[in-house]
Design a protein around this ligand. Structure first.
Ligand SMILES: [Zn+2]
Ligand SMILES: [Zn+2]
Length: 159
């Protein structure tokens, strides 16, 4: 008997986690992988503008409680595709943390149809808008209690 193979979700999320290890801003290490038909089209991690020093070397550029020095993983994955002339329309993205509002907007307009995320990260607005647009935001951490419920409406705050 062969060892049990991991599923596709785990496979791509593991690769996203691997991409996250290249992140240069330790405030949040995020990795993302854009996929269509089980084929990787592009990857990204959060890091500084190409050619500028990393947060890890010169410190963060803080504004409003967030580091704004970096381009986020999801956006970098879109940009890597653009740079190489790869069509990502109707693709899916695996990202280790759910997208921030800015990344979410860009993913939508880049034609991404489904967003698989690891941990849920701060932006509930995307959930509402995604629902209205028919874009799926799917949490892959089954045991994550902080994950918002996709199916039910209403308040589910606990504690
Ligand atoms: Zn930073
Ligand atoms: Zn973002």
């Amino acid at each position: 008997m062969s060892a049990q193979r991991i599923g596709w979700h785990d496979y791509f999320m593991n690769i996203a986690r691997q991409a996250a290890t290249r992140s240069t801003c330790d405030r949040k290490n995020v990795g993302a992988v854009i996929v269509r038909d089980r084929t990787i089209l592009s990857t990204g991690y959060n890091g500084s503008i190409r050619g500028t020093p990393h947060c890890d070397e010169v410190g963060h550029l803080m504004e409003g409680g967030h580091c704004i020095a970096t381009i986020h993983a999801e956006t970098n994955a879109i940009l890597q595709a653009a740079k190489n002339g790869i069509n990502i329309s109707h693709a899916e993205i695996y990202t280790t943390a759910s997208p921030c509002w800015n990344c979410f907007k860009m993913l939508v307009n880049a034609g991404i149809q489904r967003i698989y995320y690891g941990e849920f990260y701060r932006d509930k607005r995307s959930l509402e808008v995604a629902r209205g647009l028919g874009i799926e935001l799917v949490g892959l951490l089954g045991d994550d209690r902080t994950e918002p419920d996709q199916g039910k409406k209403g308040d589910s705050h606990e504690g």
